[in-house]
Design a protein around this ligand. Structure first.
Ligand SMILES: Nc1ncnc2c1ncn2[C@@H]1O[C@H](COP(=O)(O)OP(=O)(O)OP(=O)(O)O)[C@@H](O)[C@H]1O
Ligand SMILES: [Mg+2]
Length: 239
């Protein structure tokens, strides 16, 4: 990601610039946390990392493909091939059972139904929900729903998992469970993880922290010993 800028058109005319010269590279196998105040541009940045959106200027390569000028079809293909998404609100289909939800991303893979079911069951087993296949999302706790979402993300065998506040809707016990799970996926399967969070204690599970402030990178490095480093930098930025 090199010198990424992103602007959105404003209804009253003109544009609002949200990201300014964002440059970073993420290597395979990293576990990166993105922090920053509300409105600082974290989700906008992650949408570009996840090929859900393209930058206004600058270049971004996802596994060797320059996505900056791709059509929406090409973007969809790149996403489906490489990335698993996990969101704060789980984004499960409420009327489909757990197994159907996990199988969903495999629909676009040209895989036989048997293979789709086999693989989805394997993923549900991995997240400890093998006995909940036929449950509807409304019958599950928040932590279980997020585990279904993770199984769904994993079913496509992604190299990269992008998580936008994955524990934002969970209490701290369930949140920690999800984080331990991410840590395991990162360590044992070598899956690259990029996670947005508001909480430093959650960011600590990662190996690298990128702090965004007002659309600019304020800190990029190993997890600091305390959050104070970020606050100090932020204050300096504010003047
Ligand atoms: N699609 C869009 N159209 C117009 N403006 C947008 C769009 N997406 C984001 N913005 C604006 O960009 C800015 C940054 O939003 P973004 O969602 O990236 O912040 P964030 O850091 O993820 O905040 P939060 O912590 O609240 O989720 C905000 O001012 C928002 O209004
Ligand atoms: Mg956000």
């Amino acid at each position: 990601m090199n010198k990424i800028c992103k602007s959105f058109p404003l209804e009253i005319g003109g544009v609002q610039q949200v990201l300014f010269d964002i440059t970073f590279n993420i290597q395979a196998g990293e576990f990166v946390a993105i922090m920053g105040p509300s409105g600082s541009g974290k989700s906008t940045c992650m949408n570009i990392v996840g090929a859900l959106d393209t930058p206004t200027s600058g270049t971004y390569e996802l596994y060797g493909q320059n996505i900056s000028n791709m059509t929406s079809d090409d973007l969809a293909r790149a996403r489906n091939e490489h990335i698993g998404f996990v969101f704060q609100n789980f984004n499960l289909l409420p009327k489909r059972n757990v197994l159907d939800n996990v199988m969903l991303p495999l629909m676009y893979r040209g895989m036989s139904p048997e293979e789709r079911i086999r693989r989805s069951r394997e993923m549900l087993h991995r997240v400890g929900l093998e006995n909940f296949e036929t449950y509807l999302p409304t019958q599950l706790s928040g932590g279980m729903k997020q585990r279904v979402a993770i199984a769904r993300a994993l079913a496509g065998e992604p190299k990269l998992i992008l998580a936008d506040e994955p524990t934002g809707a969970l209490d701290s016990k369930m949140g920690n469970e999800i984080l331990k799970f991410f840590k395991e996926l990162n360590k044992d399967l070598g899956i690259t993880i990029v996670m947005i969070t508001h909480e430093f204690d959650i960011a600590r599970y990662a190996n690298r922290l990128i702090h965004i402030y007002d659309g600019r990178i304020n800190y990029d490095g190993p997890i600091p010993a305390s959050e104070a480093v970020l606050v100090k930098k932020t204050n300096k930025g504010q003047k």
